[in-house]
Design a protein around this ligand. Sequence first.
Ligand code: NAD
Ligand code: UDP
Length: 322
Amino acid sequence: MRILVTGGAGFIGSHLIDRLMMEGHEIICLDNFYTGNKRNVLKWVGHPYFELVRHDITDPIRLEVDQIYHLACPASPIHYQYNPVKTIKTNVMGTLHMLGLAKRVKARFLLASTSEVYGDPDMHPQSEEYWGNVNPIGIRSCYDEGKRVAETLAFDYHRQNDVEIRVVRIFNTYGPRMLENDGRVVSNFIVQALQGIPITVYGDGSQTRSFCYVSDLVDGFIRLMNSPHTGPINLGNPDEYTILQLAQTIQQMINPDVDIRFELLPQDDPRRRKPDITKARKLLDWEPTIPLLEGLQHTIEDFRSRLLSSNTVAPNDRVSPV
Ligand code: NAD
Ligand code: UDP
């Protein structure tokens, strides 16, 4: 099959491309390199089944493909809040263009949505039936509401134009190739501990998240794409940790002497998050297989080798496009 991966040079997109290339598909990786990097797909450049296209999805594009995995959108709060209007454009106009393309060439379309559509949830754990508790005018809204509109567009193209859609709601996912200065919690804590600087816990660290290792997520993506189910379907690891527990775990794994420093909690930071994955278990026969400690070990090794081989920047140093 010929498969388009938007956001393919990013963290999750590049792992997905690795899997799809190994399965023998022809891949078009489309990216504007805002938070993605050619380095992530460099090993495929020159392969006859691989094409890398620099393109911004807020502009339309014509391609002939059988499937579209639509991931293009900055995922880390510091990056999606750097230019919030652009984030909305990417989610709304970009998704519109990709759905238009899917309609024209009759491609199956998978949207990488997010647990952020549940906002700061009143329901715990979050199941797909929950409609969410989202602030429409806060600093996270460009992303949360953008993804909610992207889901609406997907379902409207499905109902109105028979586009075959698949919608996955991704819960916090981590692994090798996250940006060193990406601002997300796992990358921040690992880089800080490796550099011997204090681990920055926002608030008192009692807020929770559930962390899924990237290879598990990619497996779920491929299962959903090739299943008969539209979703929305939650993919994530239901093991729930407080942010303080995560900080202490990474501190113990890397450097027990490093301090933990408490900083101001950002606005609208969700208090609890944990996926109900009953649907994924039942419909896709999917569940995560990599426990947190093992996934963290792989991620730490990747960061350690990258930090050793480059002039490192501290987390949060860079918030502009790369
Ligand atoms: P990422 O920032 O590494 O990847 C996003 C990619 O999209 C980057 O390569 C970026 O350059 C590209 N991109 C951004 N705007 C673009 C545009 N206008 N045109 C073309 N390309 C553009 O993030 P990620 O963690 O790999 O996330 C991938 C997808 O998964 C995103 O849609 C994100 O919302 C979703 N998601 C991720 C998580 C997570 O925990 N990693 C959680 C929920 C949802
Ligand atoms: N967080 C933190 N220290 C950091 C980065 C993040 O305590 O250096 C917290 C953040 O406030 C949130 C959680 O970790 O409660 C997850 O943050 P992230 O940005 O990774 O993802 P999201 O909030 O989108 O789930």
